[in-house]
Write a new protein. Structure first.
Length: 482
C-alpha cells in the first residue's frame, strides 16, 4: 500500500452495499412484468423469488436449460434442471462425453449480484415450461428463454425503472456502513487520492452516495468532499479498452458542459472517458492505482490486464462463509481427516492389488516390495478385500458429512468457493485475477495505510504431502464423528 498513490471505487455493491434480498426481489418482480409485456404467460406473476436457490459462481447451460456448479478443473459437481437436481449419471452423460469449455455463447457465468434474480427466474421458467403444455408456444427453447430474461433485466436497469423505485425508498434497499466514512477519511489522511468510477449515472449516483455519506463526519458535509475525482456513466469495461472517449464535465444540473477536460475540479462530476485520460488527470498510473470493485470482469480483470492497476475484489459472501466455517470447525476438521484417510486407503488398495498380481503371476517381487514367498493367495485377497471394504465405509461417511456441511452453507449448492475438495470456478477466478479480496471496503480501516499484503506460500501438490517411497502403513479406521 505504500506504493499506492490513488484508490478508486466502484459504487454499486462496492462502496454502496445493498440489502440483497430486497433489491433482488424487486428486480425479479420487474423482470417478470417485462416478460409478460413481451407475451409470456400472465401466470408468471405467481412466481416468488427464492434467494436461497442462487449463489454467485454458477454457470447456466442455455442449450439444455441446466444450472451448474463447476470446480476449477471444469468438472460439474452439481447441476439442476429447473429446480430438479441432476443425478451423477445425468451429469456425466451431459458433460463428460464431450470436451466443453463452459464459455459463451452456450454457457453464461453468474459472476455479479445483478444476475442472481435472472438465474432463479430461469430455473422457474424451465419448470413452468415443462409443466404447462398450453404455454409451449412462447416457452419453447431454453436458450431463448434465457436471452429474453437477460434482455428484460437489462432493460429494467437501463430504463431507470429499478433505480427510480430504489431512490424513492433508499433505506429499504441500501445498507449503511458506519465505518465507511472513517475508512475513506483514514485513506485520505495518508495522502492517497480517492476517486469514484461507476457505470451508474449522475442522478442515481448522487442519491445513493448522499444517503450513505452526507454528514456522517463533520469534516465532510457532502459526499463529494471525500473524492478527488468522480466519474459516473463510465461504461466499464469499455473504459479500460477504448481510448477515444473523452471525459465530459457535468454542470450542477448533471448536464454535459465541457468535453475533454484537462484539469480536475473538486466537487464536480464527470462522465464517460477512458483510462488513459483519467490517469493523466490523477497524475499516476499502473501499480500506483488500487481499484476496488465487485465485478470480476468489468472491474478487476480489465483494470488489471489493460491498465496494470492493482485490484481488490469485494466478495460479500466472505463474511457468512467465514462465520459458518468457524461454526462448522469440528465437522470440517473431521472432513479433512476423512479425506486424508481416503487417500491412504486408495494407496493401500493399489499396493494390495499389485501384491496379488505379482503372486498370481509368480513374478519375483521388486526390491521395494517385501518378500511374498511365505504369503498365501487367500491371505492377500482377504487383505485387499478388507481394505476395499474400509474404503467404501470411509467414502460413504465422507459423502454423508460433505452433504451435511454443504447444507449448512446453502441447501442447494453448498459453499460459494468450494466444490467437494476443489475450489470452484468462481473461487479460482477470485484468486487468479484479484490482488486482494475482502467482504467490504470498510475492512481497510483495520489495516495500516502502508500495509504490505502478503499471500500464503503457494504450494504445489508434491509440497503439500510427501509421496511415500515405501508401502503405506495401515492405520486404524477413523470412526464417524458423534
Amino acid at each position: 500500500m505504500s506504493t499506492v498513490k490513488a484508490i478508486g471505487f466502484d459504487m454499486d455493491y462496492t462502496i454502496a452495499r445493498y440489502k440483497k434480498v430486497n433489491i433482488e426481489t424487486l428486480a425479479h418482480r420487474l423482470t417478470v412484468k417485462k416478460l409478460i409485456e413481451r407475451g409470456y404467460p400472465k401466470a408468471l406473476e405467481t412466481l416468488v423469488y427464492d434467494p436461497t436457490f442462487v449463489i454467485r459462481g454458477l454457470t447456466v447451460d442455455k442449450k439444455l436449460g441446466n444450472i451448474l456448479k463447476i470446480d476449477r478443473h471444469g468438472h460439474v459437481g452439481q447441476a439442476y434442471h429447473g429446480r430438479h437436481p441432476l443425478s451423477k449419471i445425468e451429469r456425466r452423460q451431459a458433460y463428460r462425453n464431450e470436451k466443453l469449455r463452459f464459455e459463451g455463447p452456450r454457457f453464461s457465468l453468474v459472476d455479479t449480484y445483478f444476475e442472481l434474480p435472472e438465474i432463479c427466474l430461469f430455473a422457474d421458467l424451465i419448470d413452468f415450461k415443462e409443466s404447462s403444455p398450453v404455454d409451449q408456444a412462447i416457452l419453447t427453447d431454453p436458450w431463448q428463454i434465457f436471452d429474453d430474461i437477460r434482455s428484460c433485466i437489462d432493460e429494467v436497469h437501463r430504463d431507470g425503472s429499478l433505480k427510480t423505485i430504489i431512490k424513492q425508498d433508499l433505506p429499504h434497499y441500501v445498507e449503511e456502513d458506519a465505518e465507511l466514512a472513517q475508512t475513506l477519511h483514514k485513506l485520505r489522511s495518508a495522502g492517497k487520492k480517492l476517486f469514484l468510477l461507476t457505470n451508474s449515472f449522475g442522478e442515481y449516483s448522487a442519491a445513493v452516495m448522499s444517503h450513505i455519506l452526507d454528514g456522517v463526519l463533520p469534516e465532510y458535509p457532502n459526499w463529494k468532499n471525500y473524492f478527488d475525482l468522480i466519474i459516473v456513466g463510465s461504461g466499464k469495461p469499455g473504459f479500460f479498452t477504448q481510448h477515444d472517449e473523452p471525459i465530459t464535465q457535468l454542470d450542477a444540473h448533471l448536464r454535459p458542459c465541457l468535453r475533454g477536460v484537462k484539469k480536475i475540479e473538486r466537487g464536480c462530476l464527470y462522465q464517460g472517458g477512458n483510462v488513459k485520460a483519467m490517469e493523466k488527470l490523477l497524475r499516476c498510473s499502473g501499480e500506483e492505482i488500487l481499484y476496488i470493485g465487485d465485478h470480476i470482469y468489468g472491474d478487476i480483470l480489465r483494470s488489471k490486464r489493460n491498465a496494470f492497476w492493482r485490484t481488490a475484489l469485494v466478495v460479500e459472501e466472505l463474511e457468512e462463509e467465514l462465520t459458518l466455517s468457524l461454526e462448522s470447525k469440528d465437522a470440517l476438521e473431521h472432513l479433512y481427516r476423512l479425506e486424508a484417510r481416503r487417500r491412504t486407503l486408495d494407496d493401500l488398495c493399489n499396493y494390495h492389488r499389485q501384491e496379488l498380481a505379482l503372486y498370481q503371476k509368480q513374478i519375483k517381487p521388486l526390491k521395494t516390495i517385501p518378500s511374498l514367498k511365505k504369503k498365501e493367495g487367500t491371505d492377500l485377497k482377504q487383505k485387499r478385500d478388507a481394505t476395499k471394504q474400509e474404503l467404501k465405509r470411509v467414502l460413504k461417511t465422507l459423502d454423508k458429512l460433505t452433504n451435511s456441511i454443504d447444507g449448512t452453507f446453502n441447501p442447494f449448492w453448498g459453499m460459494v468457493f468450494k466444490q467437494d475438495q476443489e475450489n470452484t470456478k468462481f473461487g479460482e477466478q477470485v484468486t487468479r485475477h484479484a490482488c486482494l479480496y475482502t467482504s467490504r471496503v470498510s475492512n481497510f480501516l483495520y489495516y495500516s495505510n502502508f500495509q504490505y499484503f502478503r499471500s500464503p506460500r503457494d504450494l504445489l501438490p508434491h509440497e503439500k504431502s510427501s509421496t511415500p517411497l515405501s508401502p503405506p502403513k495401515e492405520h486404524e479406521s477413523i470412526k464417524p464423528q458423534t
